[in-house]
Design a protein around this ligand. Sequence first.
Ligand SMILES: Nc1ncnc2c1ncn2[C@@H]1O[C@H](COP(=O)(O)OP(=O)(O)OP(=O)(O)O)[C@@H](O)[C@H]1O
Ligand SMILES: O=C(O)[C@H](O)COP(=O)(O)O
Length: 397
Amino acid sequence: MNAFKTLDDAALAGRRVLVRVDLNVPMEGGAVSDDTRIRAVVPTIREIADKGGRVVLLAHFGRPKDGPEAKFSLRQIVDALAERVGRPVAFAADCIGPAAAGAVAALQDGDILLLENTRFHKGEEKNDPAFVEALAALGDVYVNDAFATAHRAHASTEGLAHRLPAYAGRCMQGEIEALEKALGSPERPVLAVVGGAKVSSKIDLLENLVGKVDILVIGGGMANTFLAAQGIAVGKSLCEHDLAETARRILDKAKAARCDIVLPVDAVVAREFKAGAENEVVPVDAVPADAMILDVGPKSVATIAARIDGARTLVWNGPLGAFEIEPFDRATVAAARHAAERTRSAGLLTVAGGGDTVAALNHAGVAEAFSYVSTAGGAFLEWLEGKPLPGVEILRK
Ligand SMILES: Nc1ncnc2c1ncn2[C@@H]1O[C@H](COP(=O)(O)OP(=O)(O)OP(=O)(O)O)[C@@H](O)[C@H]1O
Ligand SMILES: O=C(O)[C@H](O)COP(=O)(O)O
């Protein structure tokens, strides 16, 4: 049972419905390389349009720092979105002000409009009341379908729910129901795999996570920060040296909580971040000063596989390496396939989440074989920690 209202409770016909979605999808060469997050919000968009609502989509894309930038424009998502929804999607070059107001005013019942990246305005991340007002002026009803961004208390994910009648969309509703069903009381041992590149925004989560899971495998860019914190030289690898103290605190906390931490013992290193770059496998304490770690090595993969064999539940966010560029996808693909095989043969419960994590599972051809795949990465980890998600909590009020 959900304590929040859903589309079943909303009067939508003839109303301007502001729908927050997560369209923060992976791109390659200017094209969407994994459309999972787009497909996840199609049912909500179609349902609102079919009920006669005027759909006004709000979303962010990437992490722009100083206002509008072409590489963070949602314009590049419009065609992929329209194709998945199977209907035309209009676009407005700003999410507030005259461009947005004009585009919203032109909508007929059942029409769909995507507004430009909300993060082009500083008020979005600050949850600034004036920016919330400017967004609220464009709608009569607010629907939040962005579970993957529900850990952010931003104007379009939280602020708007104070101003307009607020409802959960079908993706939001489905994610919460599925995660509660799968992981409400997980069978132990619980193994978490955390990798990826968003080190600074995810490292703090690990402090609580080590109190919840039995084994924590750390890979990807995240592992480099932990290796460096232990005095290991990681060359030119993606690494947040100023987080060394945080990493050491997490290692201490894990020991106290009897959570096993598994760090890579070997790594695939290269001097260029590009497909087919010359590479070699080295022990983690022998990374050349001019090279970077782009994947965990084969010995580490064997350890991870053995840990998967001993687990009853696996939760995964963040690829083990730079899986988009071959051959640095090997560890992620091998671990994903191993987990999928254990799901089939041993009933391992496998739950994964995250924009690039889902893309990596699709790349490995095993997304369908996992027990559940969430659209959310950071939000999924925070949900696992037991932290209230601002975007969800406000819907429950
Ligand atoms: N060793 C590494 N060096 C550089 N980049 C890496 C390394 N390992 C993984 N990555 C990169 O991490 C990125 C994914 O990290 P991220 O934390 O964004 O995961 P995610 O599943 O998308 O989660 P979220 O949905 O929270 O963004 C990929 O683009 C991948 O190339
Ligand atoms: O990719 C994600 O996890 C969500 O879209 C949130 O993005 P953010 O970490 O930049 O807030």
